[in-house]
Design a protein around this ligand. Sequence first.
Ligand SMILES: [Zn+2]
Length: 390
Amino acid sequence: MNYNCYIPTRVLFGAGSLNELHAQKMPGKKAMIVISNGKSTRANGSLARTEEQLRMAGVETVIFDKVGANPLKSTVEEGGRFAKEQGCDFVVALGGGSVMDAAKIMAMYALQPGDLWDYAEGITGKGQPLVHPTLPVITITTTAGTGSEVDPWGVITNPETNEKIDCGGQDSLFPLVAIVDPELMLSIPPKFTAYQGFDALFHSTEGYISGVNNLMSDMVELAAIENIGAYLERAVKDGSDLEAREHVAFANTMSGYSMDVGVCTSEHAMEHAMSAYHQDLPHGAGLIMISKEYYTYFVEKHVCDDRFIRMAKALGKEDAKDPMDFVDALVELQEACGVADLKMSDYGIQREEFLTLAQNARAISGGSYSSDRVQMTDEECVAIFEKSYR
Ligand SMILES: [Zn+2]
């Protein structure tokens, strides 16, 4: 039950909180704003509002707008070099998990010599300590999925080595300020609302059934599961439902805290392998595809029956008595959100790859496997992929 809690990020939570950005103490005079390579932050006005807030705070800005889904090593290196060339004092991430992850690692890399992988772990990273300080980071999350606004990590993909790994983690990469403004999430399409919401859910369900629980992780994880269970379907069905968006956003930030005081398990490792090889696959969609069989595996091992029953109740099955009630509740929520029939084959995944994916997941994210309450073999991992395949 011991835990070590250090979450130094000031969180401004709630509708309209982006309007408070200008009143925060700024860590410098010039910022690089990182956005995605899509149109949304320009089209919906959130970029202009962010620029205006920073201008009111006396901060000059430049924009880096090349981050795609599953951000690449090369993009992060380019952004880091751009921040340095432009003399930026800090980095402002305006976007979803990919943008925030990329921006944090750009802030880590900006002043360092050499290659990003000199400072990465994984199989081929050199894992060297940083030579220079990291740049401060402010996060403005436009999605409710990764909880990345309150942690110091960034998941980065190196397509040359098929590695999708956690980079960063330094205390200095905790964002100084995180803005979680559900008004910025009103225009997310239903499909992505669901993918992101399930990602937030799985950060917490994995943590809750992991072998690394504590009173603090249990608290934030159950809060996340309850809020997703009660509000995700509403947010998917009516994106303009601000109350639902608020609760899903709160669940997302709680799941971010879960990452700070708890862990993810092998489900995340398995998905990272899937999207390392298939970069068009959204992270949340990949997790949804394997989730039913993944949780069934652990239910059948009877690793923590009481915790599955507690999670089923948190998802809304108040009369839950059986650990499989959690899997039933999970599938019902996926059906209600229109994501129960996602197909791996739609993203080019083939059955022949499963052993490669299982081996890649374990080689790159062995730590997530060691958080599991029973140790899954590669054959068992392949079986989960097989049963999930459509
Ligand atoms: Zn995730």
